[in-house]
Design a protein around this ligand. Structure first.
Ligand code: SF4
Length: 164
């Protein structure tokens, strides 16, 4: 499977999740969390604020003259969201489109929204290439990473696959 933003996100969230998704075991549609994420996007679409843009194998939430914006429903895994955004910035850069990155967390229940900003540089690009390489090797591997046994597993689309 070609590396995409979801795989990058999963690599930081859980290596097993990355492996399963990379090997096309796709259970996301059953996940409550994924449904909530989709609902947020839908609501923004209805209000006319969101224009999801697809470029190659990535889907961008919002693109303005200055920023590429990625919208998330929780800031529980900032590192995973950050690298997904950096990956998108790189895909755009490769197409000659240079943008800064904006990460918006919309926590409906807590009502506290948070915004983080990123700018692509050589160091981030080097690190990203390193992770892409790791992910490619992980997906090709014959060994499936062990289950994490962490509270976040309860919200994961693969929970039943891993524990039941
Ligand atoms: S349930 Fe836990 S161990 Fe299994 S894929 Fe999800 S996060 Fe990883």
């Amino acid at each position: 499977m070609r590396i995409n933003g979801t795989l990058i996100n999963y690599y930081f969230h859980c290596k097993r999740q990355c492996y399963l998704h990379g090997n096309r075991l796709n259970l996301e549609d059953n996940s409550e969390n994924v449904k909530i994420g989709k609902a947020i996007h839908k609501e923004k679409e209805t209000k006319g604020k969101n224009h999801e843009i697809a470029i190659e194998n990535i889907k961008i939430d919002k693109l303005t003259e200055e920023y590429l914006t990625e919208i998330k429903k929780s800031d529980a895994d900032v590192e995973a969201c950050k690298w997904q955004l950096i990956f998108y910035l790189k895909v755009l850069k490769d197409k000659g489109i240079n943008r800064k990155g904006k990460l918006e967390f919309i926590e409906k229940k807590k009502g506290n929204n948070k915004v983080l900003y990123f700018e692509l540089n050589d160091e981030l690009l080097r690190e990203l290439n390193y992770y892409i390489n790791k992910i490619e090797n992980l997906i090709k591997s014959d060994e499936i990473p062990k289950s994490l046994n962490k509270p976040k597993c309860k919200k994961c689309a693969y929970y039943e696959y891993c524990y039941i």
